[in-house]
Design a protein around this ligand. Structure first.
Ligand SMILES: NC(=O)c1ccc[n+]([C@@H]2O[C@H](COP(=O)([O-])OP(=O)(O)OC[C@H]3O[C@@H](n4cnc5c(N)ncnc54)[C@H](O)[C@@H]3O)[C@@H](O)[C@H]2O)c1
Ligand SMILES: O=C(O)[C@H](O)[C@@H](O)[C@H](O)[C@H](O)CO
Length: 252
């Protein structure tokens, strides 16, 4: 925590999707270690329970398929049971089906858009009324390099992440007057399960690292600072913004 308390999240309740692995799991752990009570959501119950054992009493878990839009109202209700209504939501669940444009299937397209784009919107819509009542809320979306750049096999993923970038601005316009700031983290190439295919190709991993200003690809803890900024009082006059956390990939 910063000495002036700006990054403090003690006593806040956070809902983190994608908490079973990668960036979502890291975000859930960092928030819990910083004093928030965290409800972790993802599909894999076993991995969630393992995460909960790590964080102890500050964590609760719900196994849920976020691509099923009809279940999101129930999920929002269930998420309020362990610690009260969430003040913070971090939408980290996401997939990349990596289908080439000529081969994209309707199923691949739909699940990508449902999980990456629709779930953050509709789940937020169910959580916002309680945030409005408190006059304070933080919504953190996950955009990507692919919100702005095209990569092979990225048409559905890129469409979803381009949508996340614009949705973040539109959510900010809709809800910020009620004390809810809405921003997005846009990671570069960070080593997780999602990017295993990228990191398993040494040539591609090296080219991506060389494209950054910092000279390396990312690790999950590279997002800790930007995450805490967006989840805390520090970001009270920052809304509708997409923060590149890409080692300077897009600056170069
Ligand atoms: N890793 C990167 O380089 C990178 C770069 C840019 C953006 N992102 C974004 O960051 C977010 C986290 O990605 P990651 O790299 O940690 O990936 P990951 O594969 O490690 O984690 C994804 C999480 O989403 C969950 N999930 C997948 N389908 C789900 C469903 N139907 N319902 C509920 N949960 C589901 C998984 O269980 C997992 O917890 C994603 O939105 C991703 O698009 C990642
Ligand atoms: O894994 C891949 O193949 C995709 O390129 C993405 O998932 C990227 O890692 C990320 O979106 C870039 O910011």
């Amino acid at each position: 925590m910063a000495e002036n308390g700006l990054l403090d999240v003690t006593g806040r309740v956070a809902l983190v999707t994608g908490a079973s692995s990668g960036l979502g799991r890291r975000a859930a752990s960092v928030l819990a270690a910083s004093g928030a009570r965290v409800v972790g959501v993802a599909r894999r119950a076993e991995a969630l329970v393992e995460w909960q054992a790590e964080v102890g009493d500050n964590g609760a878990v719900i196994a849920h398929d976020l691509a099923d839009r009809d279940g999101l109202a129930d999920l929002a209700r269930a998420a309020a049971l362990p610690f009260g209504a969430p003040d913070i939501v971090v939408h980290a669940a996401g997939i990349n089906t990596r289908q080439a444009a000529d081969d994209v299937t309707p199923e691949g397209w739909d699940v990508t858009l449902s999980l990456n784009l629709s779930a953050p919107f509709f789940l937020s819509q169910h959580l916002v009324p309680a945030m409005k009542e408190k006059g304070w809320g933080r919504i953190v979306n996950f955009a990507s390099l692919q919100s702005f750049r095209a990569f092979p096999g990225g048409i559905a993923y890129g469409a979803s992440k381009g949508g996340v970038a614009q949705m973040t601005r539109a959510m900010a316009e809709a809800w910020s007057r009620d004390g809810i700031v809405v921003n997005a983290l846009a990671p570069g190439f960070i080593r997780t399960e999602l990017t295993a295919a990228v990191f398993d190709d040494p040539g591609r991993a090296a080219r991506n690292a060389a494209q950054t200003c910092i000279g390396r690809n990312g690790e999950v803890d590279d997002l800790d600072g930007p995450l805490m900024f967006f989840c805390s009082e520090a970001s009270k006059y920052v809304t509708g913004q997409i923060m590149m956390v890409d080692g300077g990939f897009t600056a170069k």
